[in-house]
Design a protein around this ligand. Structure first.
Ligand code: ZN
Length: 153
């Protein structure tokens, strides 16, 4: 795979991510197809690194920060690794997104900061998300950031 989108990966600035393709959708949306390029992944069961990619899952759309006022989604296919140490297959974890969530960590963080300054209703409208989703993200981050959580971290 060529390096033709290295410049976009540099702008995107996510660790261990390569950009394969991008697509402008209408005038307000950008989809960026990315893949993880970490050489190894840590097996969650035995904590040993694995270098053997088993397969890739279906593409998932993950909302990220806007780029030049375009709403931005990453299209990402999580890789599954084989662990030879404990004969396990597992899905790679990436630093920029918590497993199973439809948003990047930095997008959620930005949303949280925005709700603190504005309101759930306003942010939901601006981001074209439901108020339930914005409220859910806000509460999760508020919990993370509470003094008790800070001590644990
Ligand atoms: Zn293992």
């Amino acid at each position: 795979m060529g390096q033709q989108y290295d410049w976009l990966a540099e702008l995107l600035d996510l660790p261990n991510v390569r950009v394969i393709h991008f697509q402008l959708v209408g005038s307000q949306r950008l989809n960026v197809v990315v893949e993880s390029i970490s050489e190894a992944a840590l097996c969650p069961r035995c904590q040993q690194p694995s270098l053997i990619v088993h397969d890739q899952g279906d593409a998932q759309l993950i909302r990220d920060l806007p780029i030049w006022k375009r709403r931005c989604w990453l299209s990402y296919r999580p890789r599954r690794f084989d662990c030879v140490t404990c004969d396990n297959t597992f899905v790679e974890r990436v630093a920029w997104r918590e497993p199973g969530l439809d948003y990047t960590v930095r997008y959620e963080h930005a949303l949280y900061e925005k709700v603190r300054r504005e309101s759930v209703a306003q942010v939901a409208q601006d981001e074209r998300l439901s108020e339930d989703i914005v409220q859910g993200i806000f509460e999760r981050w508020a919990k993370k950031r509470s003094p008790n959580a800070a001590i644990l971290v």
